[in-house]
Design a binder for this molecule. Structure first.
Ligand code: GRF
Length: 210
């Protein structure tokens, strides 16, 4: 059974979706860089171990990442899930977890890397928006995309309305992709080669549309 750690900084609705999914892997710990993250309460309610490592207590990004790496080792983690974790990770940390770390980003990557994706989609006037689950590489939001949830942008959408719909998609697709890894359906070979059902994935699977 794969041991999973979920890294959070805030609300943790994606963590909740992973908890509720009853994965065949086990969430062994939730690690937060913020002591007041509501995600920690969600973890405690589900009897999952929590640990807080506040970045302000570390002199450098590398020292902070080392502390996180040590904690993940203490939990004997196989898979790291970033779920609203608002820190940029050092190249060294990312390298240590290559092929074993996922992120979800609220856009149809490679479009709209970075912040404020909903506002930017509305400003551009795009018709489609959504979210992407991808492996993490040291370049921000640039690792190989695995799956996407897609939604149509309506003429009366605001950034908040759009964010809500994208969140719903996130809660659907993140547990599915995580389960694919837990069961061995999805296998990471190298940064440009991942296999789903033993076939090389050439573009992200578009799995939900609302
Ligand atoms: C989500 O929108 C996710 O795409 C982004 O951070 C947000 C986390 O939300 N990476 P939550 O804490 O899971 O509710």
């Amino acid at each position: 059974m794969k041991k999973i750690a979920v890294l959070v900084s805030g609300n943790g609705s994606n963590l909740q979706a992973l908890i509720d999914a009853n994965l065949s892997g086990q969430i062994v710990g939730v690690l937060s860089n913020k002591a007041n993250a509501y995600a920690l309460e969600r973890a405690a309610q589900a009897n999952i171990a929590t640990h807080v490592i506040e970045h302000c207590n570390y002199s450098s990004r590398e020292a902070f990442d080392d502390a996180m790496h040590t904690q993940l080792g203490n939990w004997n983690v196989d898979l790291v899930i970033l779920a609203g974790f608002m820190r940029i990770l050092s190249a060294d940390f990312v390298e240590k977890w290559e092929g074993k770390m996922l992120n979800i980003h609220p856009s149809l990557l490679p479009a709209y890397k970075g912040m404020h994706t909903h506002e930017r989609v509305l400003r551009t006037g795009d018709h489609l928006h959504g979210c992407t689950v991808h492996f993490v590489t040291s370049e921000l939001d640039a690792g190989q995309a695995i799956a996407q949830g897609v939604t149509h942008v309506m003429h009366n959408d605001t950034a908040d309305i759009l964010a809500n719909r994208v969140h719903k998609l996130e809660h659907m697709i993140y547990p599915i992709v995580t389960e694919w890894i837990c069961t061995g359906k999805l296998v990471y070979k190298d940064p440009h080669h991942i296999e789903l059902d033993a076939k090389k994935l050439t573009k992200p699977v578009q799995m939900c549309s609302i």
